[in-house]
Design a protein around this ligand. Sequence first.
Ligand code: BYC
Ligand code: FE
Ligand code: FE
Length: 474
Amino acid sequence: MNIDYGEKIPNNVDLSGDKTLQRALEHWQPGFLDWWSEMGPEGSQGFDVYLRTAVSVHPSGWTHYDHVRMPEYRWGIFLNPAQADRTIGFGDHKGEPVWQDVPGEYRANLRRIIVTQGDTEPASVEQQRHLGLTCPSQYDLRNLFQVNVEEGRHLWAMVYLLHRHFGRDGREEAEALLQRRSGDADNARILGAFNEKTPDWLSFFMFTYFTDRDGKYQLCALTESAFDPLARTTRFMLMEEAHHMYVGESGVARIIQRTCEVMQEHKTDDPAALRRLGVVDLPTLQRYINFHYSVTLDLFGADVSSNAATFYSTGLKGRFEEGRIQDDHLLKEQTYPVLQVVQGKLITAQAPALNALNEKLRDDYIKDSLAGVMRWNKVIRRSGLEFRLSLPHKGFNRQIGALAGVKIFPNGQVVSAAQWNAQERDWLPTPEDRAHVQSLMGRVVEPGKFANWIAPPDKGINKQSVDFQYVRFN
Ligand code: BYC
Ligand code: FE
Ligand code: FE
């Protein structure tokens, strides 16, 4: 299961054993590299960056760390080993052997899922492409680039499936993945959150905390897939994902830490004063949480969705930790609670469980998201301050599903458009908030130095010191 780096496209799928496929992917590769140089991290071309590269898919030793010239990063194709005799765990085909090829009748849906997953990966790189110019430290710059190269590799993972299993339309979809652009008016990325801007590092950390976590949950649902190549590739992607969420959680925690230090030192919680002192005040941080959390909740799709029911029944996409759930894994009889607004009030209705699978995955996600917010609050509590961060109500600021368009405050109160408009500034980042955060963004690249608005991390990467030279600028 070691990865062959002697090949033009590093892989552990015996690519050289299928010359036609190898040629097709080698044909796609220059297009990918062109996309990377046009839309990948700005100004990074000559940098040597201390990056981890996958050298095996074995959990105990899959990483290798070294300085890599950025555009020479070796993107490759890595699948977890096949599990012998794996059977389908849910839906109408439960108990049958998993599929190594795509059944004709599920081809369109599988392609759509793979394309949607694949589309988010380059989208996030595009969203983050200017951030290197305003990094708060070398350590953070290195983490940004690590996330970016791995999202690039996640695109490769999906493109491999498209080329290998979907013939000509797969190749066309792979091409289209390089054509769409985040935020483009004519050719946007597929899902809402991936067309938003990531203009500053607070947004970046919020994105990697909240939106990469959608990645975790969607990938977990796909590791259950009856289509075994998808299950195996998403399982490996998840190993990389953990670091992305760590970058987000620890990044936000370090911002909170620094703000609390300044609050204590100057004995103030006045946002205007704190802004003058060059840190992110906690109410602004809360508004960024509200924004990124609500935009990410939309990524789970409509609360009641016939697509979700079909994906599950046909074995394409399971639930989070399907194997650990004690039920019939068919869900024909069960119901699941979903929120609705009836006569201006939020009520809980019961939907058929099969149709409510997007909502179920969203609920699993919410639990996980909350845990990190509690850890952020510990940072504040340890500083002896009263302020507490929270997640807004599930219905806050939603654009997808039954609650789309309904105005709901963070506390869950359904309000009129007029009430919403009067208070929106308290709940979502204002242009002034964004301008303030933007004003903090300088560029700090001296090893071991950090911008004023963020505390250093507790530890470096791969047991290196915090002041290690993570990036050589040449
Ligand atoms: N924005 O029946 P519904 C990651 C559309 S993140 C815009 O609920 P479904 C990463 C939907 O397409 C993980 N449109 O849809 C993170 C449909 O359109 P049509 C990404 C949306 O299919 C950070 C209609 O609304 N992976 O990896 O049940 C950095 C009806 O909706 C949105 C996946 O998402 C939206 N937010 O559910 C890098 C997994 N939501 O057909 C990477 C694959 C829905 O009416 N995707 N629509 O025109 C899926 O499983 C499903 O497509 C979704 C949507 C769960 C996303
Ligand atoms: Fe990814
Ligand atoms: Fe990620």
